[in-house]
Ligand binder design. Structure first.
Ligand code: PRX
Length: 694
């Protein structure tokens, strides 16, 4: 198949050779640890280990091996901890799959034949067992003084009302519902209401622009949009309804008018009702309408492999992909990883600081904790508003015992100094987590010593939108940590390190991270484009799942994630496609070409650096720079706007016309003495011109 081969070649070209020479003298950013840091071991604090669910590496190894050699027994036992209306077919393997395109279509199935409901397992099960009075969400608004608490019974009732509302709008099993909201409890409530009915939710992060939202609504053909009047993050107002209106206008222009209902939560803290733009006949106020519906709503029993939700994520090429997660496998994997990775015990107060618009907010703010009857803190604001001690104030207020955050926020807080942290007690904390990007040993140390007073283990959890839940992480209590290291794979996760040719490397090594066999939480397809799923994840390395990340494995078998090996950027933990940013830049009439690379950024991990060539009539200016940044803001969202615009006369290309990003990355990092071989460039003088223009 020629086209498949061409696709594969194109993908291999996209792979960035793993670079081991990234050096940043400041060492606070996501760079490789020094050789001493690889050996830096931090033992699990004794008090923690005594009470941990798992307390030794040998215990882990035994369970890990069982999950690999006897998945039916292992995962069958885990899945039996959930409620199933009908058990999966236990006479057949618990997992059926094909990862090898030569043998036919790629597919993964878990718990085939089983019927269950995710919302039932998150809520009803606990309420029916007499735990309805226990706290489910502790919400803290953007401004101090705004807070709310909801028990499991409260949440169940609200979920049923939203589900009944959706039913009244003819939303049925399999229909798509788009959710575009700020971090208020109604957001996870909306997700759970969809899960109750079997409708597929597609949450779009509130930081995305109207155009991004429209693209996602159109791609999944959503029937209903759930939004709120506005949100507040620090001093910033997010006019979500206004942005949603613009998105729906774009959808209308596209001729796709399927969104007939827009339900709007009146978030009057952020914006008074009378200031909210309104479209009669389409828009309905949440509070006025939903409360009229019954607080009972029967669940839709779903087949294990029915879709649960979709979530868009960026890759190196093309438009964002709507990854589909399914009911049974996601439920089992999200719930089980939550329990073990966070060492969850009854009574814990768990705070995941992620936004529900990303996978972390799905798995560890909503589903995973609720399957375990955890109490979750949900925060609408930002870490530094109205003051830099806000997080620790919240930790003390709610007696948070487990805090799960992104390195970018930790770096921001570290920059404010130790005193603001030490002012607060933080005695309730017992475990700290990190997710979304590499955490440098220096930041890890600060988090451990200052925030956790050297008594709370840190779990550096590596995973992806595609993996559904945690894949590599310390199981706190079971083995010593190393600052900046994700350590070992979760039960049954078979990680491999490959060289450039796809050959498996053994022992201590560095290469491409891939995975050999499916785990229950793996995404099953890309919505509406299964061949894209197959080519993105399963064609790079035959028979294996390609993660898109590079890693190092040290002599202890610990895995250190080194970052993306494709053209995907990770800016403040947000995954951004260079291709998408370039697409937005070249849509400006004066921009003829754009090439976007990442550079080490002290706070954001990576910053966005755009090389731009202009049309002959255009002149570089601050005004034009702002226009280019604004066009990215408008088409994608503020978080994707390039920080640096480098006016380039031309871009370094090979004789076959391919842009040499390797060189651009070096120029962005000011590593001029380390540019490497330029002999294959069609015009090597371009490099000198770019360096002069830096
Ligand atoms: O590069 C890895 C990085 O984030 C990517 C996945 O992004 P996303 O799908 O948005 O999911 C983020 C939240 C799970 C990965 O390919 N990444 C995630 N966690 C870590 C990480 N890089 C290093 N260390 C981590 N702990």
């Amino acid at each position: 198949d020629l086209s498949a081969e061409r696709r594969l070649r194109c993908m291999l070209e996209h792979l960035v050779p793993v670079e081991i020479s990234r050096v940043n003298p400041d060492r606070s950013v996501c760079i490789f640890p020094t050789s001493e840091e690889y050996k830096d071991i931090v033992q699990v604090p004794g008090d923690f280990a005594k009470k941990a669910l798992l307390s030794s590496r040998s215990q882990y190894e035994q369970l890990y091996n069982e999950a690999v050699t006897n998945p039916d027994g292992f995962w069958g036992r885990v899945a039996a901890g959930f409620f199933w209306k009908k058990l999966w077919d236990t006479s057949k393997p618990v997992c059926n799959y094909n990862f090898d395109a030569d043998k036919g279509p790629i597919f993964v199935e878990w718990f085939k034949g089983g019927f269950t409901n995710v919302c039932y397992n998150a809520l009803d099960r606990h309420v029916l067992a007499g735990h309805g009075h226990e706290l489910c969400f502790l919400w803290e608004g953007n401004d101090p003084g705004q807070s709310a608490q909801l028990t499991y019974s409260d949440v169940l009732k609200k979920v049923c009302q939203v589900a009944n509302f959706l039913k009244s709008k003819n939303v049925q099993k399999g229909d798509r519902v788009c959710i575009y909201m700020s971090m208020i409890p109604e957001l996870p409530i909306a997700m759970l209401a969809c899960a109750r009915l079997g409708a597929i939710h597609s949450v779009v992060f509130g930081g995305f622009s109207s155009e991004s939202l429209a693209g996602r609504i159109l791609d999944c053909k959503a029937k209903v949009l759930l939004t709120c009047s506005a949100g507040r993050r620090g001093n910033k107002l997010l006019p979500l309804k206004e942005l949603a209106d613009r998105a729906l206008e774009i959808c209308l222009r596209d001729g796709n008018t399927r969104v007939e209902t827009c339900l709007v939560y009146d978030n009057s803290f952020a914006l008074p009702r009378e200031k909210v733009p309104w479209v009669e006949g389409r828009d309905l106020w949440w509070q006025d309408n939903v409360s009229q519906f019954s607080v009972d709503c029967p669940v839709e029993w779903m087949a294990a492999e029915d879709p649960l939700f979709m979530l868009y994520t960026s890759g190196s090429t093309g438009k964002p992909k709507g990854l589909i997660h399914t009911v049974g496998g996601y439920m089992v994997y999200a719930g089980f990883t939550f329990k073990h990775v966070f060492d969850h015990h009854p009574g814990d107060i768990f705070w995941c600081t992620a936004d529900c618009g990303w996978i972390t907010g799905h798995t560890y703010l909503t589903y995973g904790p609720l399957f375990n009857r955890a109490t979750c803190v949900m925060f609408e604001g930002v870490p530094t508003f109205p003051h830099a001690g806000r997080w620790w104030e919240i930790v003390d207020k709610f007696k948070v015992s487990i805090l799960y955050a992104a390195p970018t926020a930790i770096r921001t807080l570290a920059a404010q100094g130790d005193e603001v942290v030490r002012k607060y007690s933080r005695k309730s904390l017992r475990l700290l987590g990190s997710v979304g990007e590499p955490i440098s040993p220096k930041t890890w140390r600060w988090y451990y010593e200052v925030c956790g007073d050297s008594r709370c283990p840190i779990i550096d959890t590596w995973w992806q939108t595609e993996t559904g839940a945690c894949m590599i992480s310390p199981l706190p209590g079971a083995w010593p940590m190393k600052p900046g290291c994700a350590t070992l794979p979760f039960f049954g996760v078979q990680t491999l390190v490959l060289d450039q040719e796809g050959k498996e490397l053994h022992g201590a090594c560095e290469g491409y991270l891939s995975i050999k066999a499916p785990w229950p939480g793996i995404a099953r397809t890309v919505y509406g484009d299964h061949s894209r799923y197959e080519s993105t994840y399963f064609k790079t390395w035959k028979g294996l799942y390609a993660t898109g990340d590079g890693c190092r494995r040290d002599a202890d078998g610990y895995i250190w994630i080194t970052g993306r090996v494709d053209d995907v950027l990770n800016v403040s933990g947000h995954r951004i496609s260079t291709g998408e940013v370039e697409g937005a830049l070249v849509s400006h009439p004066q921009c003829t070409e754009a090439a976007v690379v990442g550079y080490d950024h002290e706070l954001k991990g990576q910053g966005i650096y755009a090389f731009v060539t202009l049309s002959q009539q255009a002149k570089p200016s601050d005004a034009l720079k702002k226009e280019l940044q604004d066009i990215v803001r408008k088409q994608i969202g503020s978080f994707a706007s390039p920080e640096v615009i480098h006016w380039a006369v031309s871009l370094p290309r090979t004789r076959s016309g391919k842009i040499m990003r390797r060189i651009l990355r070096k120029i962005a990092a000011r590593q001029y003495t380390d540019i490497g071989d330029t002999s294959s460039l069609s015009d090597p003088s371009v490099v000198e011109a770019l360096i002069k223009g830096r």
